[in-house]
Design a protein around this ligand. Structure first.
Ligand SMILES: C[S@@+](CC[C@H](N)C(=O)[O-])C[C@H]1O[C@@H](n2cnc3c(N)ncnc32)[C@H](O)[C@@H]1O
Length: 237
């Protein structure tokens, strides 16, 4: 290309697909959705933090009536647009912070695999800084997500989210109850914690959870993760 022409589009889809590649959390969330097609079919669905758009693709495949996604990264928007084009799906994408782009709107089904790893460190090799970083206790995005959930779920709506067990399910349930919601564990997965994550995990959380939700076996370490199914508490339904 002649050097005096402006660089109109430097987006590298192959690189973005790699950086935003699905994780074991993504796979567990998709497996859960495939196990409950009736909850997805016909639903107006929202995903907060859609990354590559692969969970939205699963929702499309399962017959959601409409798809909306919010992500803070421009790369995610471009990648998910390509994903939708590839599968022949339709979705509305917003770049922004958590609930801000969908203020005042309610959805039948809300899904999220938020960054919620307890660490002060933002840099993980091969990922964007916004991928895993959950702040010291891991709850930096989870707590405002929970606070906004009651105002965005339709009556009889439900949310499915990934939740590291070592963040404290009791605290999540306490916060959900403030908004009239409750969580059921619908899937439990044991994940291998990779060394690059273990090295930067908040040490007090690791010490508190060792032998409870985290298990070290020789040189390797495993942790429990839940898929939570969140809806109105029985009395409020
Ligand atoms: C762990 S990744 C999950 C991506 C995708 N849902 C998946 O499971 O493969 C978390 C996603 O949340 C996005 N994210 C981080 N902070 C955000 C924020 N404040 N508001 C919206 N999205 C955010 C990241 O860009 C990233 O795509």
């Amino acid at each position: 290309m002649p050097s005096d022409l402006p660089l109109i589009d430097s987006f590298d889809l192959a690189a973005a697909l790699h950086v935003l590649r699905p994780s074991e959390y993504t796979a567990a969330l998709i497996q859960t959705l495939f196990g409950m097609p009736g909850a997805v079919r016909g639903a107006n669905a929202l995903e907060i933090g859609f990354g590559s758009g692969v969970v939205l693709a699963a929702l499309s495949h399962l017959g959601a009536a409409s798809l909306c996604g919010v992500d803070s990264e421009e790369q995610a928007i471009r990648t998910a647009e390509a994903m939708m084009e590839q599968i022949g799906g339709v979705a509305e994408f917003h770049r922004g912070d958590l609930w801000a782009p969908v203020d005042g709107r309610r959805f039948d089904l809300i899904v999220a695999n938020l960054p919620h790893f307890p660490t002060e460190q933002r840099h993980f090799p091969g990922r964007l800084p916004s991928w895993s970083h959950g702040g010291h206790d891991g709850r930096q995005l989870l707590d405002p997500f929970i606070a906004g959930l009651p105002g965005h779920l339709a009556p009889s709506g439900r949310a499915l989210i990934t939740h590291n067990a070592f963040l404290g399910l009791a605290e999540t349930r306490r916060q959900l109850a403030l908004g009239g919601l409750d969580a059921q564990i619908c899937r439990t997965v044991m994940l291998a914690l990779p060394p690059e994550k273990l090295r930067v995990m908040s040490p007090d959380i690791r010490a508190r959870e060792e032998g409870r939700t985290i298990h070290t076996l020789g040189a390797y370490c495993f942790a429990r993760m839940y898929i939570l199914d969140i809806s109105a508490r029985p009395a409020e339904r």
